[in-house]
Design a protein around this ligand. Structure first.
Ligand code: GDP
Ligand code: IMO
Ligand code: MG
Length: 434
């Protein structure tokens, strides 16, 4: 079986966790390949709400192996907390058994968090992501595979803490890193994770050669990509298809399916332009009905109409083979639904996203309007999804205005919808019937 890539197509929080958990039923490996615990992926199983920042969302499937891949930055303390929580609910400690941490992945240390806490421009998650990737690019970062070489090395700890303190001082931070705390931290990480550190790219390659099914779970979204997103208001990794295999340590030829996840509207956390942002009662409706609060930081997400300009950009970068539409239920109860099809920039109509942040700030959305459909309770939507799947009805089980809306999005983006989410629950997804 080939690898399947699951990617956020907007500014993150599209519902990646939910889709990965669902697809992982058919997989034996789920791998994260970039980002770190800036991610917050939610899986809802009946009354149980699971939130993962580092653990791949396939952990819910006992037969699934899990990889934290080469391209990631990992805070070992956050990973440990997640593992403790997981052990409490499942009585399982998967590290070294079915959870493997790449020897090439970089380590987020307290120093990186201190540096990130100084950010006031981007609105980062404050988890140390950017500073850790900066150290990687500067070729001074620490990788899991290099831990044993520095464990107990007091010369290394001395020079590293001096360098960190000079950077903290220059950046205006009052935090400091002592040589002893660094030595203690490295020793703790070794004690807790040595059994899980592995050449994970090789493991995934072997699995694919044996015909196993591998899911590559993206974090963040296309518009947060360091190269192709709304720079500088982006994260510090390549979130796109091109990095999914590279960051997992396998070649791109393994990939056959690339699913782009998109909400039926759009949200963004943090700073930066968002042309379709709604600061009116419709924005309140989306935020309230959709419970739009960040999974990692709890910040209120900014909400707006679906933006086809954003989606065409995401499609050009990623070549999605299918779209997973989520949160269609949240639009229920609105009289009309708008879709942004182009922007007006300085009096001109444009159909592509400008690369400049200030130009994007000046973009005004050009909308088409579609009729709305009635609101239903989550229980009613869940019933519709279960019935649609069990009776093989597909999207025809949805209200006709919702079906027209989906068709319009498919036409504007140029990619077919393969599933439609109508609630947070694992089963509240309607699959396409061919
Ligand atoms: P991720 O980062 O892409 O995994 O997404 P998050 O978990 O951060 O945010 C998505 C939120 O939407 C979570 O609270 C999910 O439980 C919820 N969600 C996912 N799909 C749907 C859906 O189709 N309808 C509704 N109402 N909620 C959904
Ligand atoms: P998931 O995987 C939404 C945003 C932050 C900030 C910018 C940079 O759950 O979709 P960073 O801490 O990465 O340096 O912050 O990126 N951001 C996300 N927004 N979902 C995410 O992840 C995000 N990860 C980072 O809010 O604007
Ligand atoms: Mg999220």
């Amino acid at each position: 079986m080939p690898a399947t890539v699951i990617l956020g197509a907007q500014w993150g929080d599209e519902g990646k966790g939910k889709l990965v958990d669902r697809l992982a039923e058919q997989a034996t490996w789920v791998a994260r390949f970039q980002g770190g615990n800036n991610a917050g992926h939610t899986v809802v199983l009946g009354d149980q709400v699971l939130k993962f920042h580092l653990l791949p969302s396939g952990i819910t499937r006992k037969e699934c192996n899990l990889v934290l891949g080469d391209g990631m930055v990992i805070d070992p303390w956050v990973l440990n907390d997640e593992l403790v929580n997981w052990k409490e609910s499942s009585d399982e400690d998967p590290r070294g058994e079915r959870l493997f941490v790449s020897e090439r992945a970089h380590i987020i240390l307290p120093y990186h968090r201190y540096m990130d806490s100084l950010d006031s421009k981007i609105g980062t998650t404050g988890r140390g992501i950017g500073p850790t990737y900066a150290d990687k690019i500067n070729r001074i970062g620490l990788r899991f595979g290099d831990l044993s070489e520095v464990n107990g090395d007091s010369n290394w700890a001395e020079s590293t803490s001096e360098r960190m303190n000079a950077s903290l001082d220059a950046a205006g931070s009052t935090e400091r890193v002592s040589k002893q705390s660094l030595l203690d931290d490295i020793s703790w990480i070794c004690d807790n994770f040595s059994s899980a550190i592995a050449n994970t790219g090789l493991m995934l390659d072997n699995a694919l050669k044996l015909g196993e099914n591998v899911i590559l779970e993206g974090a963040q979204g296309c518009l947060l990509d360091i190269d192709q997103g709304t720079f500088p208001y982006v994260t510090s990794s390549v979130t796109s298809r091109g990095n999914s295999t590279h960051g997992a340590g396998i070649h791109p030829g393994h990939v056959e399916e690339v699913i782009g996840i998109t909400k039926a509207y759009i949200t963004r956390v943090g700073n930066g332009a968002m042309p379709t942002e709604l600061l009116d009662e419709v924005g309140d409706h989306l935020g309230t009905v959709g419970h739009e609060f960040g999974t990692t930081t709890g910040r209120k997400r900014r909400c707006g109409w679906f933006d086809a300009v954003v989606m065409r950009h995401a499609q050009r970068i990623n070549g999605f083979t299918g779209l997973a539409l989520t949160k269609l239920d949240v639009l229920g109860g609105l009289d009309e639904i708008k879709i942004c099809v182009a922007y007006e920039l300085d009096g001109q109509e444009i159909r592509e996203m400008p690369s400049s942040a200030s130009a994007l700030e000046r973009c005004k959305p050009i909308y088409i309007t579609m009729p709305g459909f009635p609101s239903q309770t989550l229980t009613e939507w869940l019933g519709i999804a279960k019935k649609a799947n069990s009776e093989g009805k597909g999207f025809s089980a949805l209200p006709s205005a919702a079906q027209h809306y989906i068709k319009q999005l498919e036409t504007l983006v140029g990619v077919p919808c393969t599933s439609v989410g109508v609630g947070p629950d694992r089963d509240a997804t309607i699959d396409l019937v061919e």
